[in-house]
Design a protein around this ligand. Structure first.
Ligand code: CAA
Ligand code: NAP
Length: 249
């Protein structure tokens, strides 16, 4: 069988890096999609090499996931370099936390376009082709805060809840075509996104997690490999909660 191709957005962030490593270990050809303003691509590739991976196993494509034309170009570049994308992981995301009373339209729009509209922009490039070939995986990174709602995150909670609705609807459309669409809703994971929370607030959050710790990024990467596997072919429209017991639906 030819090597399957997996494209990860936000690939050079905390969770994205762990997803790339886990899927590379599982034998997929990796396309690492990264933000054009990120200027440490070469350093990231060096870190991957230091971690035991081969730099040539990663095709890097730059683009802003909130822009449709960037997503069209990134997928075209991926296809030119490695062939059709079999697995799409919509992982890129941002926070602009503010209490709603103080939230400006800019912070709302930025989070909705980066965290939610990006799923339209990216999935649009690959879903029909996956359906045509009769096999595909779309994995969307939501959040516990999209499931439960979080004060200070009306924008982020709305986008992450929207991801779950998008996942269920697209799963229903593609179920008969061999393409599964699933979401992962991580709790608080040790990446720079969480480290931006004020230390005293973060401590309160960790204290509220039954497991009393943050998730390791690899624990999310592993779940992506699970959902990408052929043996997950009957799992679609699901949301996998990985949150140390913080919240269950
Ligand atoms: N629930 C309800 N009310 C709360 C609250 C809470 N959890 N936290 C604070 N408030 C109230 C405060 O009591 C205060 O009320 P008064 O004005 O009546 O006194 C008001 O909200 C303002 O609170 P702050 O002083 O904290 O406001 P701030 O402007 O300094 O900070 C904030 C606001 C930046 C949103 C800050 O509260 C914060 O960082 N909260 C954590 C949000 C969070 O969990 N973000 C997750 C980021 S990581 C991530 O998103 C990854 C993921 O998917 C899990
Ligand atoms: P991170 O380290 O900040 O990674 C986010 C990545 O997304 C970065 O590489 C960032 O690139 C990229 N990105 C942001 N905006 C982009 C855009 N417009 N176009 C392309 N790429 C963009 O954060 P993380 O914790 O790994 O988060 C990854 C995903 O997991 C996000 O969707 C996040 O919401 C979700 N999540 C995180 C947690 C957590 O606790 N950490 C929990 C639940 C869900 P630049 O940094 O170069 O801008």
């Amino acid at each position: 069988m030819t090597q399957r191709v997996a494209l990860v957005t936000g690939a050079m962030g905390g969770i994205g890096t762990a997803i790339c490593q886990e899927l590379s270990r599982a034998g997929y050809k990796m396309v690492a999609a990264y933000h054009p303003q990120f200027d440490n691509k070469d350093q990231w590739l060096q870190e991957m090499t230091a971690a035991g991976f081969k730099a040539q196993d990663f095709v890097c494509v730059a683009g802003d996931v909130s822009l449709l034309e960037d997503c069209q170009r990134m997928v075209a570049e991926a296809e030119a370099a490695c062939g059709q994308v079999d697995i799409l992981i919509n992982n890129a995301g941002i926070t602009r936390d503010r209490m709603f009373a103080k939230m400006e339209r800019e912070g709302w729009d930025a989070v909705i376009s980066t965290n939610l509209t990006s799923l339209f922009n990216m999935s649009k490039q690959v879903s029909a082709k996956m359906a045509g070939r009769g096999w595909g995986r779309i994995i969307n990174i939501s959040s516990v805060n999209g499931v439960k709602g979080q004060a200070g995150q009306t924008n982020y909670s709305a986008a992450k809840a929207g991801i779950i609705g998008f996942t269920k609807a697209l799963a229903a459309e593609l179920a008969s075509k061999g393409v599964t669409v699933n979401a992962i809703a991580p709790g608080y994971v040790a990446t720079k996104m969480v480290m931006a929370i004020k230390p005293e607030i973060l401590q309160t959050i960790v204290d509220s997690v039954p497991m009393k710790r943050l998730a390791k990024p690899e624990e999310i990467g592993y779940a992506c490999a699970f959902l990408a596997n052929d043996m997950s072919g009957f799992t679609t429209g699901a949301t996998l909660n990985i949150n140390g017991g913080l919240y269950y639906q």
